[in-house]
Design a protein around this ligand. Structure first.
Ligand SMILES: [Zn+2]
Length: 691
């Protein structure tokens, strides 16, 4: 529930990214950009760290398919059908090849045919069923292998409405208050025919479990666990295989041993937290026991290391009840985390400055572990469409007792925006505000992300009257939006504090201007984001949160207005202090709702300010974005990790690992598919040998 989305680059990031040209998809290249990402400094790591990274990388690839299975019951079939056709793409006519290729790339990026960000269905832009049918026939004739019972044409006939009819299963995650979230959402987590009532009829423990899906057995819902030998068993078995390979490469640290005579000796030892985290994770995938995943999360949280990873079921956006975790994995290595450390060490200070009742301020603060990393790969729910940062674990009790880890993805954030920056400034801001954004926009965005993650999500505590019950369980579907909005509001409220100067974030002379830029940029981004939403309802949690803040400030005249110039809408901040006061009101209200577990309050607040698309902004922003040819979405092409394998007496040994850039998105995704299933150290070498 804790992600920041990429919009602008970090100032430092602009020189980091690869120079490979950006591939653009969709009409006017606007649907999605495929942006290459570099791995600066990977070659400076120790060979053992690179090997650890490689095994974790393979584990991440191995689980990727799970995201398709979770996203929609037909998503993996659609992908496999298209990949079969694509394996004989040279036999297709040019128009069909272009249409199939474009649709397949979008399916890869989104792990199915629903927008990863907006949870709404997309259909092929100009591919027809007849064209696809012909393509399947051509590919089959040329020897393409499809592993469908009854053949590829039968499968296509079955998939036709899911691929081509926008009215079939239109919404993946529906959380509009008053509608049954289970019956009206189309995803792979609930069998068709189930309703919210069916889930609520189950024991509380089943309702709250992270790693289950629900099947329909007769008239009842049946929880099925994600584990080796269970749901997603084949994928998880391969994940476990690679995690076990990673274990011997746990990083070294200096350990201390007290000798019998009382003297203390130092020596290198395997990082015990990293080791335990991996062992627990393996045990969790084998057993499906969520308590083991929590144990893993604690060890993962405590780990201080250069190489880090995610692998498991984390964010709950894809579940209309906001409970079940989506599969996500990555592998990363540390970049310079000095500034984030300083912010993290000030978490207790900021807690005392929150604009809410003192009884909801946490007295004991475990400073969050914050780090800036470069990612080598993200799969499943985490990539190739990537968040800019994440804050985990999501378990409220663990966060309370052990804190949380805040990870900012430097290379991804940096690569994301340089190409689009100047054009979007000119289109989105009043001329008199543009220089301010040019000067402070990157800084504002950077600190918005940092503060959201480091002091936002971890802040505050529930009211004593909840007796330890997690507010998310009481608030229900609106909780994700509430929590994202709360973390944003913390950043927007706390940035003007003089502490930021002490930390070295901004000079005293620039502070006011930087704050104005941060707020103006935040609000403008949301106004423009209205142009990206299809339909009249905002479904995605972060967008709902931003819309709430923007609309609240406007409707209550909190120093912010929207000017209309030549039919275009621009945010203007007329009174910065008053705007901050308004953000403080929002923040207080959100914390009050969270602390009290006030479901009705959450739904009313978001119903009023954070659900409806503003039609006038939508039409205008859509037109402006179209004129700009900016992408609606970005997906990333990560560095390719190439194993250096040596033969030792007939055994394949991993000697080292190189990171290469310049791979195409298509090759990356085909590799995710082929390497994801393989247990060879170098699947490419094996494939070459066989040919
Ligand atoms: Zn967040």
């Amino acid at each position: 529930m804790q992600r920041a989305w990429i919009v602008a680059a970090l100032a430092a990031g602009t020189t980091l990214f690869a120079q490979t040209p950006i591939e653009k998809l969709g009409p006017q290249g606007r649907e999605m950009w495929l942006v290459p990402v570099d791995a600066p400094g990977f070659d400076k790591l120790k060979p053992t760290q690179r090997k650890l990274a490689y095994y974790l990388y393979r584990a991440a690839l191995a689980g990727d398919e799970i995201a398709y299975l979770q996203n929609h019951p037909k998503a993996l079939d659609i992908k496999n059908l298209l990949e079969g056709v694509w394996s004989r793409k040279d036999a297709l006519d040019e128009a069909t090849r272009a249409s199939v290729g474009e649709y397949l790339k979008l399916v890869w990026a989104n792990h199915g045919n629903y927008s990863h960000t907006h949870a709404t269905k997309f259909v092929p832009a100009d591919l027809t069923n007849d064209q696809l049918k012909k393509a399947v026939q051509t590919a089959t004739k040329k020897g393409a292998k499809f592993s469908f019972k009854g053949g590829a044409l039968t499968m296509l006939a079955r998939l036709k409405p899911y691929i081509f009819d926008p009215k079939v299963d239109p919404i993946q995650v529906n959380q509009v208050p008053g509608q049954d979230p289970i019956a009206t959402s189309a995803n792979g987590l609930y069998d068709k025919g189930l309703t919210l009532k069916d889930i609520q009829a189950l024991p509380q423990s089943a309702q709250e479990q992270l790693n289950v899906r629900f099947a329909k057995k007769g008239r009842k819902a049946l929880a099925q666990t994600f584990k080796v030998g269970g749901v997603y068993g084949a994928q998880l078995d391969t994940v476990v295989y690679w995690l076990q390979k990673a274990l011997p490469y746990v990083e070294d640290q200096i350990g201390k041993t007290t000798m019998p005579d009382g003297t203390v000796k130092t020596r290198f030892e395997a990082n015990p937290d990293q080791k335990e985290a991996l062992e627990d994770l393996i045990a969790f995938f084998k057993t499906g026991d969520e308590a083991t995943f929590k144990k893993h999360s604690i060890a993962w949280l405590k780990t201080r290391s250069t190489i880090d990873y995610l692998n498991g079921f984390y964010e709950v956006y894809k579940d209309p009840r906001s409970v079940i975790g989506a599969y996500e994995a990555n592998v990363s290595y540390k970049s310079d985390s000095a500034v984030i450390d300083k912010l993290s060490q000030s978490a207790a200070y900021f807690e005392t400055k929150m604009p809410w009742d003192a009884k909801w301020q946490r007295s004991q603060i475990t400073p969050p572990v914050a780090s800036i990393v470069n990612v080598l790969m993200e799969t499943g729910d985490g990539g190739p469409i990537s968040p800019a940062a994440y804050n985990l674990p999501n378990y409220a009790d663990l966060r309370k007792d052990y804190g949380s880890k805040n990870v900012v993805l430097l290379n991804v954030e940096g690569a994301s925006s340089a190409a689009t920056k100047e054009a979007s400034i000119q289109a989105s801001y009043r001329p008199e505000d543009q220089d301010l954004i040019r000067k402070f926009g990157d800084l504002g965005r950077q600190w918005e992300v940092y503060m959201h993650e480091v002091i936002g999500h971890g802040s505050g505590q529930a009211d004593a009257s909840l007796n330890g019950v997690d507010p998310s369980a009481k608030i229900g579907p609106t909780f994700s939006a509430l929590e994202e909005c709360r973390a944003d509001a913390v950043a927007l409220y706390q940035f003007p504090d003089a502490k930021l100067e002490e930390i070295g974030a901004v000079s005293a002379a620039d502070h006011q201007d930087a704050y104005k830029a941060m707020l103006l940029q935040y609000l403008t981004r949301e106004l423009m984001a209205n142009g990206l939403v299809e339909g009249d309802t905002i479904h995605e949690a972060h967008f709902r949160g931003r819309q709430l803040i923007l609309t609240y400030l406007l409707d209550n005249q909190k120093g912010v207005q929207v000017d209309e110039v030549d039919g275009h809408h621009f945010v203007e901040i007329t009174d910065l202090a008053k705007a901050r006061e308004g953000v403080g009101e929002v923040l207080n209200k959100l914390q009050t709702i969270k602390a009290m577990g006030d479901q009705a309050g959450a739904e009313a607040f978001f119903g009023q300010y954070g659900t409806k698309v503003n039609k006038a902004w939508h039409d205008d922003a859509k037109a402006r974005l179209e004129a700009l040819n900016l992408p609606k979405e970005k997906a990333f092409v990560f560095p390719k990790l190439v194993p250096v394998v040596e033969d030792m007496n007939g055994r394949q040994i991993l000697k080292d690992v190189k990171a290469e850039t310049g791979e195409s998105f298509e090759d990356q995704m085909l590799r995710v598919e082929s390497w994801g299933r393989s247990r060879e150290l170098d699947p490419d070498a094996v494939a070459t040998k066989k040919n």
